[in-house]
Write a protein that binds this ligand. Structure first.
Ligand SMILES: [Zn+2]
Length: 158
């Protein structure tokens, strides 16, 4: 009997299925912060990308979906500044009423396995960028809503 399974979130084929994928992510996160990401700033893009690929666990509420999806959009389309991330956080903290849109079934071809195999920082940066962009592309039905959320967040001051 093979214990190869398929992750419900990202479709990765891995021993243990969804749990195996989560374990790979948890392990990778330790190595990411300890070895790979020193000079690369916050590793928030990794968390946002993994989260929108695994919405059953990380994007249950409209607010959590909005947090991760706007984080991804902010990083890839708007330059990813810290000031913008803080504005997004303030917007989310105001508990604005949000409707949760339908989440795409296709979450892109790349998974955490594609970045977890990176052995050094340059390979990691490239793999993270490709993984994040592929996932964001899979979410194209929600691009407009994500951009709208960002516009709301950054137009509020203070
Ligand atoms: Zn997965």
């Amino acid at each position: 009997m093979s214990d190869l399974g398929t992750c419900d979130g990202c479709g990765l084929e891995i021993a243990g299925g969804t749990h195996g994928c989560q374990a790979l992510f948890d392990q990778f996160r330790l190595r990411e912060s300890a070895e790979l990401a020193h000079d690369y700033g916050p590793t928030r893009l990794t968390i946002d990308t993994y989260s929108v690929q695994h919405p059953d666990r990380y994007c249950v509420s409209a607010k959590s979906l909005a947090a991760h999806l706007t984080g991804l959009c902010w990083a890839l389309e708007r330059g990813g500044s810290e000031a913008g991330l803080r504005a997004l956080q303030r917007w989310l903290n105001r508990s604005v009423p949000l409707d949760k849109p339908d989440i795409p079934k296709d979450r892109g071809k790349l998974t955490v396995a594609d970045i977890a195999s990176a052995v050094e920082t340059a390979a990691y940066q490239g793999a993270l960028d490709r993984w994040a962009r592929s996932t964001w592309e899979a979410y194209s039905p929600l691009h407009e809503v994500a951009r709208h959320w960002i516009d709301e967040a950054v137009s509020q001051r203070g």
